[in-house]
Design a protein around this ligand. Structure first.
Ligand code: ZN
Length: 415
């Protein structure tokens, strides 16, 4: 039998507003209609817009990041119906390839304004900034972060099956309780994004269903039991993901493609975000959820990764003692923040700005690890940066470093 041509199951149009495209949606809800049907064993291509649905341009200003409308995100492709799947089954997604659109060989990584999205280091870097990354086959480089070039570990940030109504109700209840609790103790800032009717897009739904989805649909920002916005950089080419199924027909959605990302997706828009095409093959494990006692997805990484020798990572350590000297108890969040800040302070010596390095941390294939979580009172985390991504020698040496970088990333017009 000759192999069949690979068809495109989901079309995404780069030149049309995302909210007018019926094969895309931006909320999680069981009632969003299937956008297409893919048989188990079939290989298909799925086209995806970037997570913002094209709100960010290839230019030298970060104004589009500062004013990006976060009620519109994330535009996902699907839900894909997989005949034969029932609740309790596991959907196996093999990622065979991920590529940018040939007509759009670029992506972006950005720091969001503290008052619009924020990010891991927003108390240190509160203003919007952006870097455009140009793709050259497997490599990328940026006019906004000069002096580096590296291969991408290309992957989707988001992949999941539709939640059941019961699961959706549970998410909405527990997240509302969290918001109420933090309001009661006076926490500043947003702790969770509850359903928001503004700019909800329910794909091909009719008006009545679209209204329900807008009212109840879970936002796509956090990862949850079904997978979702996990931002795992190793879900790349050749990987296999095992996703729990909650609805008849599964309803797989994919989106938020990344050309490359560091562990932790540190700046919130913390990867090289791109529009592109993902090639997948689906399979079903009947009753897999109970048989494998699954609560959350599992995966097997692909065999294709940028390969830097194990001793070519300059690795920074951080502890759960914050920058004010306050001791925290085994707090991994504090420790990883300190680890990232160590990296930034070290590389500023070469002339980079803090914003450029915050963006580089999010874009390059840096390895974040949990070193120790038992040695009270300090958690210890590490962050390894492949030194060979730099075009100059960055290893520690006596006498300090020469300043080699003299330009900045894209900033807002107000600055
Ligand atoms: Zn993303």
């Amino acid at each position: 039998m000759p192999k069949q041509a690979i068809r495109t199951a989901v079309h995404a149009d780069l030149h049309k507003p995302a909210w007018e495209q019926p094969q895309l949606h931006n909320r999680w809800h069981p009632d969003i209609p299937f956008s297409c049907t893919v048989q188990p064993g079939e290989v298909v291509k799925v086209e995806c817009l970037d997570w913002t649905g094209g709100q960010i341009g290839n230019n030298d200003s970060a104004d589009d990041i500062k004013y990006c409308d976060l009620s519109r995100i994330h535009y996902l492709s699907g839900p894909i119906e997989v005949p034969g799947t029932e609740p309790g089954d596991v959907l196996v997604v093999e990622i065979q390839d991920v590529q940018p659109f040939p007509e759009q060989p670029w992506g972006y990584c950005a720091i969001f304004d503290k008052n619009n999205g924020g990010g891991f280091l927003d108390s240190h870097y509160p203003n919007a900034a952006k870097a455009i990354w140009d793709f050259e086959g497997i490599f990328c480089s940026s006019r906004h972060v000069p002096g580096v070039r590296f291969p991408g570990l290309i992957h989707p940030g988001i992949m999941a099956c539709k939640p059941s109504q019961e699961m959706l109700d549970m998410w909405n209840k527990r997240e509302a309780e969290l918001v109420d609790y933090h309001a009661s103790i006076g926490t500043k800032g947003v702790v969770a994004n509850l359903p928001n009717e503004k700019y909800a897009h329910a794909g091909a739904a009719d008006a009545a269903i679209a209204a329900t989805v807008a009212k109840e649909g879970a936002r796509t920002i956090p990862p949850r039991e079904h997978g979702g916005n996990c931002d795992i950089k190793n879900l790349s080419r050749g990987s296999k993901s095992y996703l729990p199924v909650y609805c008849k027909g599964a309803g797989l959605s994919i989106g938020d493609l990344h050309f490359s990302q560091g562990d932790g997706e540190i700046s919130f828009c913390g990867a090289i975000e791109m529009a592109g095409i993902i090639t997948i093959k689906l399979d079903i494990i009947k009753n897999g959820v109970a048989d494998m006692k699954m609560k959350n997805p599992m995966y097997i990484p692909g065999p294709v990764e940028p390969h830097y020798g194990p001793s070519r990572y300059l690795t920074f350590e951080g502890l759960s003692v914050d920058e004010h000297g306050t001791q925290h108890y085994l707090d991994v969040n504090v420790a990883y923040k300190q680890t990232c800040l160590q990296f930034i302070e070290y590389f500023k010596k070469f002339g980079y700005t803090g914003e450029q390095l915050y963006i580089l941390l999010s874009s390059a294939p840096v390895q974040g690890h949990l070193a120790a979580i038992v040695d009270i009172p300090n958690a210890c985390t590490t962050l390894g940066v492949p030194v060979d991504i730099f075009e100059f020698d960055v290893l520690p040496k006596e006498g300090g470093f020469a300043k080699v970088i003299e330009s900045d990333c894209a900033l807002t017009s107000g600055k």
